[in-house]
Design a protein around this ligand. Structure first.
Ligand code: TRP
Length: 326
């Protein structure tokens, strides 16, 4: 079986944007690939190093969210990044092969630096694409499912792998990015991005009433004052959610909106019904694992142990190739 590695920073609960953008896809791919899911707690520190409590609690939370989304603990390998020495070691060794300038010009680094208000970048933050390359290569991943924002990091990984193989002999295979096909999900407030730090997210662990309430507050066409006014689905968050989560109803609901035949309240009630139906099995698994923290910890420990066996083997080959063995 070919191997997948992908992961999430442990900086909070996962939401519907993660679900539609990556988790649902992971659940489909787990049957065809040996799937490693990285709980990226070290990468979480690059931006959240002042909040160790959040990072700590999010390690199990992110694992639970992945399992809730339908990832089968019998099939996947959950890996806690900080507990894999091979990732830390590879990061140091790869750091010789990457220029500071290429990191400074990485578009995602630039966007995130602005978002977090950094004008004086830390070494760890600037270098996280190097560490992400280590995430991918320590286990010899063939395929890396990611969103569009991660493509600059995949390019960096390609450069590093090629450079390594050129200098030290064929050691790593070139990992392929698998770009998410779904467009970015807007937040309930109409912001182009649903984000935990933006306060506009619907979480996988939200109960049915919370989901309905958040949808009631979701931003619709601001020019539409009465139910009988024609609405513009292009500028409506509810329409975007129909497209993502109830595509079979999308065209019809847009028609009704444009024709002033359905009001926003009724439209959102129906949307809440459909999203809650979709989330029901997710919520059930969430409740199951949340009630069993010891089971979750054991799954993470076992997965990490498996990853470490793979990583130790990789490091033997890497150190040999780079000449740092006796
Ligand atoms: N940077 C990714 C994100 O923010 C998370 C991540 C960490 C990752 N390591 C990875 C993704 C390795 C793919 C492969 O979503």
């Amino acid at each position: 079986m070919k191997r997948i590695l992908t992961g999430d920073r442990t900086t909070g609960r996962l939401h519907l944007g993660h679900y539609i953008g990556s988790l649902a896809n992971r659940a489909r791919l787990q049957n065809e690939y040996d799937t490693f899911i990285l709980l990226a707690d070290v990468q979480a520190l690059t931006t959240h190093f002042k909040n160790p409590a959040l990072i700590h609690d999010s390690i199990c939370q992110v694992a639970v969210d992945n399992l809730s989304a339908g990832l089968d603990p019998e099939k996947i390998t959950l890996v806690q990044q900080s507990q894999v020495p091979a990732i830390a070691e590879l990061t140091v060794l790869f750091s010789m092969l990457v220029s500071v300038n290429s990191l400074r010009h990485n578009p995602t680094i630039k966007t995130e630096a602005k978002q977090y208000g950094y004008d004086d970048l830390s070494y760890g933050f600037l270098g996280y694409p190097v560490s992400q390359t280590a995430d991918i290569t320590f286990c010899g991943a063939d395929l890396v499912p990611v969103g569009a924002d991660q493509m600059p990091h995949m390019e960096a990984a390609h450069k590093i792998v090629r450079r390594f193989n050129d200098l030290y002999g064929d050691t790593f295979r070139l990992p392929q990015a698998l770009l998410s096909a779904t467009p970015r999900l807007p937040g309930v407030d109409g912001n182009a991005k649903m984000g935990k730090s933006l306060g506009n997210a619907i979480y996988l662990s939200d109960d049915a009433e919370t989901v309905a309430a958040k949808l009631r507050s979701a931003r619709t066409d601001p020019a539409r004052l009465h139910a009988a006014d024609p609405g513009d689905p292009q500028v409506c968050v509810a329409a975007a959610y129909y497209k993502a989560f109830a595509p079979q109803s999308y065209e019809e609901i847009c028609e009704s909106c444009r024709g002033g035949k359905i009001g926003c309240a009724a439209c959102k009630r129906e949307l809440a019904r459909q999203i809650n139906a979709l989330l029901e099995p997710v919520r059930e698994r969430n409740a199951y694992y949340t009630a069993r923290p010891a089971v979750v910890k054991e799954l993470i420990a076992a997965g990490t142990a498996r990853a470490n066996a793979v990583g130790a083997e990789t490091m033997r080959r890497v150190k040999d190739a780079m000449g740092v063995t006796l």
